[in-house]
Ligand binder design. Structure first.
Ligand SMILES: NC(=O)c1ccc[n+]([C@@H]2O[C@H](COP(=O)([O-])OP(=O)(O)OC[C@H]3O[C@@H](n4cnc5c(N)ncnc54)[C@H](O)[C@@H]3O)[C@@H](O)[C@H]2O)c1
Ligand SMILES: [Zn+2]
Ligand SMILES: [Zn+2]
Length: 340
């Protein structure tokens, strides 16, 4: 089968490798669509702290089951599915608590133990496979994984703040998916920000009440003005910028919550007094607990339409262009998809 390997800095090679063998409790999926995620870019751009090329990237997938192991009963050949791309050890504290996302020895695709989804076939544990409703296209099915990131983050910050005002700082893929989930959850007022005009336009199209431009507006004063001086009940940081945590805190009301989804790996300054003076909580959010992946699949299967979130599609042979498209953002991009 064909698989796209990142072999060097910004270099992708299509190689022919054997179709993966499956074990008794796994299924083999013919990949129809594989999403390109910001995290795939680290290896592509040479900024990953420990992973080394060559590797088959990709962890977002939708496809059709072509083979099931002898012990598999929940799905069958022909089923259209997506995959929760994480498998915990099953016996640590975090796995017991339902927080497999935090398991210290979990397996994920794109590593020596589990290939990535930029390949014609992809093996997965049957327990991590979710069926797609007939009405859900493979393209939209691929978005269930990043949607799960948003579902998990909104649960992390939900401290009685549903129904009220939410501020989403950064309206890229994750911020816009958080907007979609927040709409379903019934936040009454959603204020988005983004430096890019296209992303602000999309935020308004997908239902934000306001889309603020941090380069040309004082975001904090605008949020205060919109909320009658108190600030938003919760803020979700979905972009990395040196002042973004201070900005989130200043946009949030006393005893409000600041959720942190953006992976900011640089040491940035944080004015901690603002959290003390305002008795705010700062809460991190990392991928998703399995139950929130299930919730994301349920949302899509019951009709949440994310069709317009897919902005570019490439053949597997053009995986290098797909990764460059997201890395360079020369065009308006939300989600890039590779179609083997
Ligand atoms: N915690 C997790 O599990 C998890 C999962 C996926 C992604 N992430 C992280 O979430 C962040 C967002 O991911 P993404 O895929 O949406 O990326 P993205 O590049 O699609 O979105 C980032 C957006 O932020 C905007 N932006 C840049 N500076 C800004 C500023 N100062 N104020 C407001 N907006 C600004 C950009 O224009 C862009 O639209 C990244 O840091 C990513 O690593 C975290
Ligand atoms: Zn992803
Ligand atoms: Zn574990």
């Amino acid at each position: 089968m064909k698989a796209a390997f990142v072999t060097d800095l910004k270099k992708v090679e299509i190689r022919d490798i054997p179709v993966p063998e499956i074990t008794d409790d796994q299924v083999l999926i013919k990949t129809h669509t594989a999403g390109v995620c910001g995290s795939d870019l680290h290896l592509f751009l040479g900024t990953h702290p420990f992973r080394k090329a060559p590797a088959i990237l990709g962890h977002e997938i939708a496809g059709e089951i072509v083979k099931v192991g002898s012990k598999v009963t929940n799905v069958k050949a022909g089923d259209r599915v997506t995959v929760e791309p994480q498998l915990g050890c099953g016996h640590c504290h975090f796995c017991y608590e339902g927080s497999e996302n935090l398991c210290l020895s979990k397996s994920v695709p794109g590593t020596p133990k589990w290939i990535g989804t930029f390949a014609e076939y992809f093996p997965a544990p049957a327990s991590k496979v979710y069926k797609l409703a007939d009405s859900v296209s493979y393209e939209v099915g691929t978005l269930i994984e990043p949607l799960a990131v948003a579902v998990h983050a909104l649960h992390r910050i939900d401290q009685g703040t549903r129904g009220r005002t939410l501020c989403i700082l950064g309206s890229g893929t994750v911020g816009l998916l958080a907007l979609a989930v927040a709409k379903v959850q019934g936040y009454s007022r959603i204020i988005c920000t983004d430096t890019a005009p296209y992303n602000r336009e999309m935020a308004l199209k997908f239902g934000a009440d306001y889309a603020l431009d941090p380069l040309n507006e004082d975001v904090v004063s605008r949020v205060k003005e919109i909320t009658g001086g108190t600030g938003a009940d919760a803020s979700l940081v979905c972009a990395g910028a040196p002042n973004i945590i201070d900005q989130a805190s200043a946009c949030t009301r006393k005893q409000g919550v600041v959720g942190l989804v953006a992976m900011i790996t640089k040491n940035i300054p944080v004015y901690t007094y603002s959290f003390v003076f305002n008795e705010q909580k700062l809460i991190g959010s990392m991928t998703y607990a399995p139950k929130y992946f299930a919730e994301a699949a349920q949302l899509v299967n019951s009709g949440l339409n994310l069709k317009d979130y897919v902005t570019q599609e490439f053949a597997l042979d053009d995986a290098q262009q797909a990764l460059s498209c997201l890395a360079e953002k020369k065009e308006n991009v939300i989600k890039v998809i590779v179609k083997p």
